[in-house]
Ligand binder design. Structure first.
Ligand SMILES: NC(=O)c1ccc[n+]([C@@H]2O[C@H](COP(=O)([O-])OP(=O)(O)OC[C@H]3O[C@@H](n4cnc5c(N)ncnc54)[C@H](OP(=O)(O)O)[C@@H]3O)[C@@H](O)[C@H]2O)c1
Length: 331
């Protein structure tokens, strides 16, 4: 019987606590594919779950980790065979199902993506959920006819995981990119290295308050929501798209319909958890090929061990950390 180590979150009365535990396969949620995990990564949701700041898990106890890469140990589904290298992001792992911060994971076959040629197991988690989400956002914009001639794409929260990868994908796709950051002084050099053509200070940029302002951007990848997203809706040119990804500033959106009905602006919702499988496979193919970030090395803040995850999660919650944590498990 295989015994393995995992980071599991428990509910204790009204609060949540994480514990390192030794588990057996039968302790995990059901699934057709058993994976020896090589790497996982830390995302905002993982930090919320592990620090117990929010009820991310919909049943407990639950192994944390919303993404993983690794090698198939056994499979009851033809989607993969023992020895195959695979990755999983979203699909409810680390929330409703047991996740990737574990030496062994068991997941539904529908969640498994064969590792695309051009990506290593490590690179897959350097990208992780953040990279997949950024790719999904850009894919939806392109499908909705965003093109470089419409003007620059503004990326908010650009020093974060999603934003820093979105900058690089947009550059690969031929767009001019404006990074709108809350920490211009410290991060301008980093953002230009990633490919930003212009770096603006969120605290200084006035996005106006009229229903329609001078439209200065072709489109946007938004990680903030709230006032910033509302301001962006007024500043997007004809037929431009805004990929609405995050709520780092607020879940609220107070704007008018004017940009949508007078400029044909589209607000595209991005949900990286439940994604039609063909889209999922296509985004990963792009991320391994033409969209593969040239500076993937620069967006990894640190590669940490499973034991270091709780401290790294606390750091993620306490401060706005620049760059991503990759978690080395068996890799
Ligand atoms: N829709 C989905 O499926 C999906 C998937 C993944 C993530 N998300 C969400 O997308 C957002 C970004 O994720 P991430 O992994 O990139 O997060 P992250 O690494 O924590 O980065 C978020 C960035 O937003 C800015 N920021 C942070 N706190 C802020 C605040 N209070 N007000 C304004 N700006 C703030 C900072 O950038 P600057 O300092 O450069 O401005 C920060 O680097 C999060 O809200 C996350 O929950 C959604």
């Amino acid at each position: 019987m295989t015994v393995f180590r995992a980071l599991r979150v428990h509910q204790v009365e009204k609060s949540f606590e994480h514990r390192f535990e030794h588990l057996e396969l039968e302790d995990l949620s059901a699934g057709e594919v058993v994976i020896r995990v090589a790497y996982s990564s830390l995302n905002f949701k993982d930090a919320l779950a592990v620090t117990g700041k929010s009820r991310i898990m919909r049943s407990m106890p639950r192994v944390a980790g919303i993404d993983l890469s690794g090698t198939v140990e056994s499979s009851d589904d033809p989607v993969c065979r023992p020895g195959d290298e695979v990755l999983v992001t979203g699909c409810n792992i680390g929330e409703l199902l047991d996740g990737g911060l574990s030496e062994i994971a068991r997941v539904p076959a529908a969640a498994v993506v064969p590792l695309p040629p051009g990506l290593s197991l490590y690179e897959a988690m350097a990208l992780g959920t953040a990279g997949f989400t950024a790719g999904l956002g850009v894919r939806r914009m392109l499908e909705n006819h965003q093109h470089p001639e419409q003007g620059p794409i503004v990326v908010t929260g650009p020093t974060g995981g999603v934003g820093s990868i979105a900058i690089q994908i947009l550059k690969s796709a031929g767009f001019e990119v404006v990074a709108l950051t809350g920490k211009k002084a410290e991060a301008e050099e980093y953002l230009r290295l990633l490919g930003a053509d212009e770096v603006l200070d969120r605290n200084e940029l006035d996005l106006g308050s009229k229903p329609l302002e001078a439209a200065r951007f072709g489109g946007a990848v938004d990680n903030l929501g709230g006032q910033t997203l509302a301001g962006l809706t007024r500043n997007i040119r004809q037929w431009g798209n805004i990929a609405s990804i995050g709520l780092a500033q607020s879940h609220e959106l107070n704007t008018t319909v004017m940009p949508f009905i007078l400029r044909g602006v589209s607000l595209l919702g991005i949900n990286s958890v439940e994604v039609p499988r063909p889209w999922r496979l296509d985004v990963w193919k792009q991320l391994a090929g033409p969209w593969k970030p040239a500076r993937l090395d620069r967006i990894v803040r640190r590669t940490i061990s499973l034991d270091e995850v709780p401290d790294a999660c606390a750091e993620l919650m306490a401060a706005s950390v620049q760059g991503r944590y990759v978690v080395r498990i068996g890799g």
